[in-house]
Design a protein around this ligand. Sequence first.
Ligand code: F6R
Length: 243
Amino acid sequence: VLDDAAAVAALAADAIEAVVRRRAADNTSAVLGLATGSTPLATYEELIRRAQDGRGPSYAGVETFNLDEYVGLPDGHEQAYLATIRREFTDAVGIPPERVHGPDPTEATLPDAGERYEAAIERAGGIDVQLLGIGSDGHLAFNEPGSSLASLTRIKTLTATTRRDNARFFGSPDAVPHHVLTQGLGTISRAGHLLLLATGEGKAAAVAEAVEGPVSASCPASVLQHHRHVSVLLDEAAASRLA
Ligand code: F6R
């Protein structure tokens, strides 16, 4: 539990840079799992600041995999998560676009999009560190309550709560897509290190349920309790409902 969102971002940035540096020292390349949404933005900004100041590592060989993607957005839509992560992070630190991946929402090839994404992650050697946010309903990536704890990348339908939460990016709740492709809870669980970030009072109940409640599909983020290397970075407000 840290004082504020800036401290959460600084510590998350430290963890990501440490992996990038460690892999470079081994002459290998880090594979980063990235989340979109509001929470990781301060972390991306911190990483970009350090890279631009010359304090950051080289990101030249780094490969990234997004957690999820909307299905049904027109081509080139600015809220598509692949476009978002390039705009908010990877372009600014110099990760070439061909190394920035997300589930492919092209309609014609949707049926095997999940399998192809799983194979791409495997080909890259698996994800070293996975950044995660948490939904106010306890979702992880877009695994809404009820998602199998063993699930792999697949199509999901968003709940009304999540569509309402994300309406701020689209202007109106009606404009938020109904469907997404998302890494499953099983996919996420394969990453070497899970780094869950939560800030603000709105996340306090979901954080308490995920960390202190039973492991259950009704709170997808509770799957973290089974992982051998998890860090949960919270500001005071997000931690306020912990026992
Ligand atoms: C984003 C994602 C979502 C968000 C969650 C929290 O790639 O998978 O699970 O992490 O909805 O969103 P924010 O951070 O906007 O509160």
